[in-house]
Write a protein that binds this ligand. Structure first.
Ligand SMILES: NC(=O)CC[C@H](N)C(=O)O
Length: 222
């Protein structure tokens, strides 16, 4: 599995994401946002957390207009794997690869702590190592994690089993406590919690490691 981890000015989880992917067995290349093409043979594009461009104008909005943005959008559009974590999830909604938007947390506070997450589906390349209904513990660190989508979009997510994770219980006002969603072809995942911060015993928990193990496994069987 060849993975490309994108870095924007203000990204702060790019190294951790690269380490988690490497430990899971991926061959990782770091890509600067000013590049306009992905490395040859990229299977997975990973968009990390952080504060790209200082979270002006909306979180992820400026990053979605970076030189690399069109290549990321094209990779997702042609069926490639794309993973967006936290600010990366915000970027993927701004790119139009995932529906909905991330608004300011309902409590108007930055939330930085470990949370309980329910795995809503194991039928995806990113969640196959988990059981549907399983509750895992993963850290969050965000001020704009309040996922919102219109009623029609929500019905579609539910009908197509595209809610990957939900908070159990809710923490930030997200509709249906949604913490992560999948694209229609299930190859694009955006999630606010940080599995790369719970992927090694030294992190104090390894519940996030299953996500990286899942996508490695998926590629082998494709
Ligand atoms: N950890 C992150 O990626 C934070 C995302 C974004 N800057 C927010 O606070 O909502």
């Amino acid at each position: 599995m060849k993975a490309a981890v994108i870095t924007f000015p203000g990204s702060n989880c790019d190294r951790d994401l690269a380490v988690a992917l490497t430990q899971a067995g991926a061959q990782v290349t770091r890509v600067w946002h000013k590049d306009d093409a992905l490395p040859q043979g990229t299977d997975l594009v990973a968009v990390p957390g952080g504060f790209s461009f200082g979270d002006y104008l909306r979180c992820g909005a400026i990053a979605a207009h970076s030189p690399i943005a069109n290549a990321v959008r094209a990779h997702g559009a042609k069926g490639g794997y794309v993973l967006g974590i936290c600010n990366g999830f915000q970027v993927l909604t701004e790119l139009g690869l995932l529906p909905g938007a991330l608004m300011r947390n309902s409590g108007l506070k930055f939330i930085c702590r470990e949370v309980a997450l329910k795995v809503e589906t194991s039928a995806s390349p990113f969640t196959s190592a988990y059981q549907a209904g399983q509750v895992i513990r993963v850290p969050v660190a965000h001020h704009d994690g309040n996922y919102q989508i219109d009623a029609e979009g929500l019905a579609k997510l539910k009908d197509q089993d595209r809610i990957a994770f939900s908070y159990a219980p809710g923490i930030n006002g997200s509709v249906q406590d949604i913490a992560g969603v999948l694209s229609e072809n299930r190859r694009v995942l955006g999630m606010m919690p940080h599995p790369e911060r719970a992927a090694d015993a030294v992190h104090g928990g390894t519940d996030g490691a299953g996500l990286f193990a899942s996508v490695m496994q998926d590629l082998v069987t494709v």
